[in-house]
Design a protein around this ligand. Structure first.
Ligand code: PEP
Ligand code: MN
Length: 271
């Protein structure tokens, strides 16, 4: 049975709205964040982000520091990647999202990136969460892959209690017995979070499914369920990407997803 979460001091009352560079996230707004899994070079990132801008999207993603399961996989371009992100963001006016993997990088990343993302593997890194209470950047807090909703909201509480109220939750799939998909997207987390917390909740259909052919369906499901946004791995040539190519969609699928946006968001009176 769903219980009241008495240990939440914050997250009460009406849904919050987060403003970043004149754009709003949460409550009446629906935010689409798209872009590559990782930043591979400046030119590709610029091409992707310019295209996203042309389709009316305002936010882009791209990892500079990657949390890979294997130490032998590409770990990201690091500081160079952050420089590319900042240059592309400054050049296009688009708002950037990138993952912070370590407490040592908080100062550096808060200067280069607009929205800091905490990945699933770091949701329990409480010292990192605490430190993110000191920055002005909004934080996207991904759900731990084996975390309950209560643990996830408690993790958000660390950032807020430490001084940063601008937390966006991201449902990115949890571990179940199913192996066909990479994880299992917990759509029910959307109404559950809405009933327990005032924070915006977005959905990542890419990492949850691990399958390109499922992204459109899961994105529509998230919109229909009342999510506040989507984060989708997108590239002009998904098969050529160095990481997560199987779950990365091209611009054609992205525009198919966007075709139903108004209709589905109309269910919730969102823009
Ligand atoms: C990501 O979004 O780049 C990522 C690694 O996601 P997650 O932490 O959910 O696996
Ligand atoms: Mn990825």
């Amino acid at each position: 049975m769903l219980k009241d979460l008495n240990n939440l001091k914050h997250q009460k009352g009406d849904p919050i709205e987060i403003t970043i560079k004149n754009n709003k996230i949460g409550r009446d707004y629906f935010t689409i964040i798209a872009g590559p899994c990782t930043v591979e070079n400046y030119e590709d990132l610029y091409t992707i982000v310019s295209h996203l801008k042309d389709t009316g999207i305002k936010f882009f993603r791209g990892g500079a520091f990657k949390m890979r399961t294997s130490p032998y996989d590409f770990q990201g371009l690091g500081k160079k990647g952050l420089e590319y992100i900042k240059k592309v963001s400054d050049g296009t006016g688009m708002i950037s999202v990138s993952e912070i993997v370590s407490i040592e990088d908080v100062e550096l990343m808060s200067k280069y990136v607009d929205i800091l993302q905490v990945g699933t593997r770091n949701m329990h890194n409480y010292r990192l969460l605490w430190k993110l209470g000191n920055v002005n950047n909004p934080v996207i807090l991904k759900r731990g892959m084996s975390s309950t909703i209560e643990e996830w909201l408690s993790a958000a509480e660390y950032i807020i209690e430490a001084g940063n109220p601008n937390v966006i939750l991201c449902e990115r799939g949890i571990r179940t017995f199913e192996t066909f998909t990479r994880y299992t997207l917990d759509i029910s987390a959307i109404p559950a979070v809405k009933s327990l917390s005032n924070l915006p909740i977005i959905v990542d259909p890419s990492h949850s499914s691990g399958r390109r052919e499922m992204i459109k369906s899961l994105s529509w499901a998230a919109m229909a369920a009342g999510a506040d946004g989507l984060m989708i791995e997108t590239h002009f040539s998904p098969d050529k990407t160095v990481c997560d190519s199987k779950q990365t969609i091209n611009f054609e699928i992205l525009s198919e997803i966007l075709e139903k946006k108004e209709e589905l968001l109309g269910l919730w009176g969102k823009k």
